[in-house]
Design a protein around this ligand. Structure first.
Ligand SMILES: [Zn+2]
Ligand SMILES: [Zn+2]
Length: 147
């Protein structure tokens, strides 16, 4: 919540900056605290991206990915649920909560859904835009699958 205070001297609306807590003109305020926080977030995102990118080449991910796709019937769930069509090619595993923000959910099956490349690109880091049935997302990760 941001409080709006009338600044009678300049006639402008001033606000309390949520980062530094000072009363400022929010349109011109160049907040050093906010800058520092954003830099830190950007750095964390870069590290998470790098680490999880590396993980994408691992055997663990290869097996997990196939299990997710099998669970989802080998087809794009967005095309199926939202667009009512079957797409079985160019499949990817999409992280509903993105890897750069939630690297610990990389192998969380309830965070993963099979999408075709087109849908994956369309969703980007923005979650999903269709109803996802959480009751059917459980998979047997201990099952020994050979591919
Ligand atoms: Zn500030
Ligand atoms: Zn699709």
């Amino acid at each position: 919540m941001v409080m709006i205070l009338k600044n009678t001297k300049s006639g402008k609306d001033s606000k309390i900056c949520p980062y530094c807590g000072m009363i400022v003109d929010i349109s011109t305020h160049d907040c050093p605290i906010k800058k520092r926080k954003n830099n830190k977030t950007a750095k964390e995102n870069r590290i998470n991206q790098r680490d999880t990118d590396r993980e994408l080449t691992s055997k663990r991910w290869r097996i997990f990915r196939k299990q997710i796709i099998l669970r989802d019937g080998g087809e794009c769930q967005r095309c199926l649920i939202k667009l009512h069509k079957h797409v079985y090619t160019d499949l990817t595993v999409h992280h509903i909560k993105p890897r750069v923000k939630f690297p610990t959910l990389m192998y969380d099956e309830s965070n993963c859904v099979t999408l075709c490349r087109e849908c994956n690109l369309a969703m980007g880091l923005g979650g999903i835009d269709f109803d996802w049935d959480l009751t059917k997302v459980k998979i047997d990760l201990d099952k020994d699958l050979t591919f």
